[in-house]
Write a protein that binds this ligand. Structure first.
Ligand code: PLP
Ligand code: COI
Length: 341
């Protein structure tokens, strides 16, 4: 195994020992196998390739202060994938099978879990796809569920440093009654062009408004939107086309604990300039402060241009402390992976 520079991982793919793969045929999931090759042999008429039956998840495992390895809120990801599966006519992965698969693939890749103190984690990417042959429009008759893992550091360069965001009025991501509220691969295809344009123009990420009226804030391409009002309320948009972020649920709980007023409600674009802090939250980005939002000629500046606002700083530290088991896990969010086979 090549030596890994744990402190400077960033967020990019690297090969590990293996991924785990299960198949669904005739209504039954098999026992799964660990596959060393990162390639998948697939029929050219597989449903996922033509009709987009592809769902994924993102979660993390941490090497904790006490030396144990814990996955953060796995059941929430499992249930969200089940919700995605139902919406695009795929079989759900049973919870027990899913947890066992997570544990197996993590154990098999223990050498790739960033050590405690490096700031890294093991990013876990479950994928559920229609792998059966399907040429007329219909759900595929066979499915593949796999989980790959990658050691990662910060998603955006510089960790807790603020990033610039942009709104493009000529691109939407998710229709009001479409699939924005679930994690289908097509949502990311829908945002790729705008995402690349944003990066080329010097923005880390684009922020989407509601597709119907372009009046309300929805979410970033990679993460949910959170704003802190001048009087200290935690505000996050509510809409059917936003992905229910598990990180956001976590932060809301911690914000309530901290005595903040937590509001999940419609957020008008006009309100943006009133926030004292704005952030993007998600598994990959954790909680990334946003220092400006550009829409056409208008630039809305928020919070400090360097560093991070006080509310996000404290929420970020608290969530990380729970993830690395430096603080008590009062909500039972962390799932220990026993390392003995
Ligand atoms: N919104 C989008 C579009 C995402 O891709 C993600 C990442 O998973 C999130 C929000 C954040 O969700 P979570 O906190 O569950 O990772
Ligand atoms: C995650 O945060 O896990 C995601 O799936 C977002 C993706 C853009 C990396």
């Amino acid at each position: 195994m090549q030596k890994i520079d744990w402190e400077n991982l960033g967020f990019s793919y690297r090969d590990t020992n293996c991924h785990i793969r299960h198949s669904w045929r005739n209504g039954v999931w098999d026992d799964g196998e660990l596959c060393a090759s990162p390639y998948l042999n697939m029929h050219v008429a597989a449903g996922c390739l033509h009709y987009g039956q592809a769902a994924f998840e993102g979660l993390k495992a941490f090497c904790c202060k006490d030396g144990k390895v814990r996955i953060f809120r796995p059941l929430d990801n499992i249930r969200r994938m089940a919700m995605t599966a139902r919406r695009i006519c795929m079989p759900e992965v049973p919870e027990e099978l899913y947890i066992k698969a997570l544990e197996r693939v993590i154990r098999a890749n223990r050498a790739f879990i960033p050590p405690y103190g490096t700031g890294g984690s093991l990013y876990i990417r479950p994928l559920l796809i229609g792998s059966g042959v399907q040429i007329g429009i219909a759900p595929a008759g066979e499915y593949t569920f796999l989980i790959l893992v990658v050691p990662v550091g910060a998603y955006y360069k510089g960790g807790l440093h603020p990033v610039k965001a942009v709104i493009y009025d000529d691109f939407d991501r998710a229709a009001p009654l479409g699939v924005g509220g679930i994690k289908v691969a097509g949502n990311y295809a829908a945002s790729l062009f705008a995402h690349e344009k944003a990066k080329m123009e010097g923005f880390a990420v684009e922020l989407y408004l509601d597709a119907k009226t372009h009046t309300f804030v929805e979410e970033f391409a990679t993460s949910n939107f959170v704003g802190i009002t001048a009087d200290g309320a935690y505000v996050t948009p509510e809409s059917t086309s936003i992905l229910p972020s598990i990180t956001n649920l976590t932060l809301m709980e911690l914000a309530r604990e901290q005595g903040l007023d937590v509001q999940a409600r419609s957020v008008r674009f006009d309100e943006l300039e009133n926030f004292s802090e704005i952030g993007a939250c998600g598994t990959a980005v954790v909680l990334t402060p946003v220092c400006s939002i550009t829409r056409g000629e208008r630039v809305i500046r928020i919070g400090p241009e360097q560093g991070c606002g006080a509310v996000f700083q404290s929420l970020y530290e608290r969530v990380q402390a729970i993830q690395y088991s430096e603080a008590p896990d009062r909500y039972g969010w962390c799932h220990v992976v026993e390392m003995d086979d």
